[in-house]
Design a protein around this ligand. Structure first.
Ligand code: ACO
Length: 443
């Protein structure tokens, strides 16, 4: 039976339809509110706003639950692998062996990028951030596949999705090679997805690096655990850009840019930079925690806290164990990592963090693992982007298949000046008319 919520404003009551999700989440549909009562809703940061219905990922932040298509993240982490999870997210169900073989072969065959695209990498400055390169190169893929730009559903759209999933590791690895002035390494047919990424990152024309299985499994796990996280900032960006019917490459490029920020995908890089700062400043973990508690400007414990999880991030639980395995297997002893683990210990027992329900998030341990396996810090967020790609693709496909999708266009409450007349320059300030400054190229 249809359910409604009553809302009364200035003596008028409207009935707002209620939608209930498959896990009992409840939403009150306010889309007719402006027409009915002349008001909009305000929700800074959109923390209480549902923008779509989705059958991809379920999160219960209070209980620390994360499921992809109904499968618990810990079970997937234990039994599955990144490419199978990518299929699951993009197609809705686990693949049969035949379907998986075909999907994986299609991805592996697409890892190579157009040779003309390789030249782009030489044009970026040596110190270009890999996320800037990734965003630019992903957008530029639209110029190489103009025939598939219009496809928003069906086999052609799925083919574009597979292409992007395949090419991002190559783009990211080549941006690293370019930054080091080392020739790029091409993908190999005999290697898997993650092994190929490690090969393209670390092999050179004079030394082939055979990927270590522990490292490859840890990276696969990092990708898998990042594969989707429902309507987070970058995914919402992909949906928002895609809602204007922009092509897939443009939408994903925007998602890469959104992920770059230190409050989102940039947190694992920010974590290592924070640890380096603590070392440089000669602080103990306890002293740094005091700075956080004193709310010194800009000081936060990176890799802790989450908008949705008010309990242990279930992905962090899985990665904490993997981080231990990787450090032990590689025999890595680093002061930076010791500081991270000491900070974790202090924070997990400190009332400031406990009262605010601030637990380590996935980036805390992914930062530690990536640092231990020798991935340069400024590459961390790009690694996250590779992992998040299946989620972005699945959400983009779902959005385009949903007849309810409309162009995303939030409202606002205007707080600026009310109507005022234009004043010419000669009646403003000292009455001077602007003069054109001589140009100074390169300033
Ligand atoms: N360190 C110290 N204090 C924190 C932290 C932190 N990492 N996170 C939140 N707080 C404090 C805030 O200062 C605030 O305290 P107050 O109540 O005394 O004012 C309280 O906890 C609530 O914080 P909000 O900023 O309202 O929490 P919000 O949900 O908006 O922020 C966020 C979530 C952005 C992730 C935040 O926890 C943070 O900045 N964490 C560090 C960055 C990080 O690790 N980001 C990765 C997120 S996971 C991901 O993207 C995969």
């Amino acid at each position: 039976m249809a359910e409604f919520a009553d809302l009364t404003f200035r003596g008028r009551t409207v009935q707002l339809p209620v939608t209930v999700g498959s896990e009992g989440e409840i939403a009150v549909d306010i889309s007719s509110l402006r027409d009915d009562l002349g008001v909009i809703t305000m929700d800074s940061g959109l923390g209480n706003t549902g923008a779509c219905q989705s059958a991809i990922t379920y999160i219960d932040g209070e209980q620390g639950i994360l499921r992809y298509r109904g499968y618990d993240i810990a079970e997937l982490a234990e039994n599955s692998a990144f490419l199978e999870v990518a299929y699951l997210l993009m197609h809705g169900d686990l693949p049969s062996a035949d379907d998986f073989d075909e999907f994986a072969a299609g991805v592996m065959d697409n890892m190579l990028v157009h040779e003309n695209l390789r030249h782009f990498f030489n044009a970026f400055p040596r110190d270009a951030h890999p996320m800037a390169v990734a965003s630019a190169v992903v957008a530029s893929l639209a110029t190489f596949y103009p025939e598939s730009m219009g496809a928003r559903k069906g086999p052609d759209a799925m083919e574009s999705c597979r292409r992007l999933l395949a090419k991002l590791p190559t783009i990211v690895a080549w941006s690293y090679k370019q930054s080091r002035g080392i020739p790029v390494t091409y993908p190999r047919c005999d290697l898997g997805y993650v092994q190929n990424f490690l090969h393209m990152m670390f092999s050179t024309p004079y030394r082939v690096m055979e990927p270590d299985p522990t490292v490859a499994r840890a990276l696969d796990l990092i990708f898998l655990l990042h594969a989707d996280h429902e309507q987070n900032c970058s995914t919402s960006t992909v949906r928002m850009v895609g809602s204007s019917q922009s092509n897939l490459f443009a939408s994903i490029s925007a998602g890469v840019s959104a992920l770059w920020g230190p409050l989102h995908g940039g947190a694992n890089q920010a974590l290592i930079e924070m640890l380096q700062y603590i070392q440089r400043a000669g602080l103990t973990p306890g002293q740094f925690v005091e700075k956080i508690k004193n709310k010194e400007a800009g000081v936060r414990l990176m890799g802790f806290g989450h908008r949705v999880y008010k309990n242990y991030d279930p992905r962090a639980k899985v990665l904490k164990k993997t981080a231990g395995d990787v450090l032990q297997k590689l025999g890595v002893h680093s002061e930076l990592l010791e500081t991270a683990l000491a900070l974790e210990d202090v924070a997990l027992h400190d009332d400031y963090f406990l009262e605010r329900k601030l637990y380590p998030n996935v980036d805390f341990y992914s930062g530690i693992i990536l640092h231990a396996i020798g991935i340069p810090t400024n590459m961390f967020t790009a690694i996250f982007a590779i992992g998040r790609m299946p989620g972005w693709l699945a959400q983009w496909l779902e959005m385009n298949a949903d007849p309810q999708t409309r162009i995303a266009r939030p409202r606002q409450i205007y707080t600026g000046a009310t109507l005022r007349p234009y004043v010419p320059f000669r009646q403003r300030g000292d009455g001077r008319i602007p003069r054109r400054r001589p140009c100074n190229p390169g300033a």
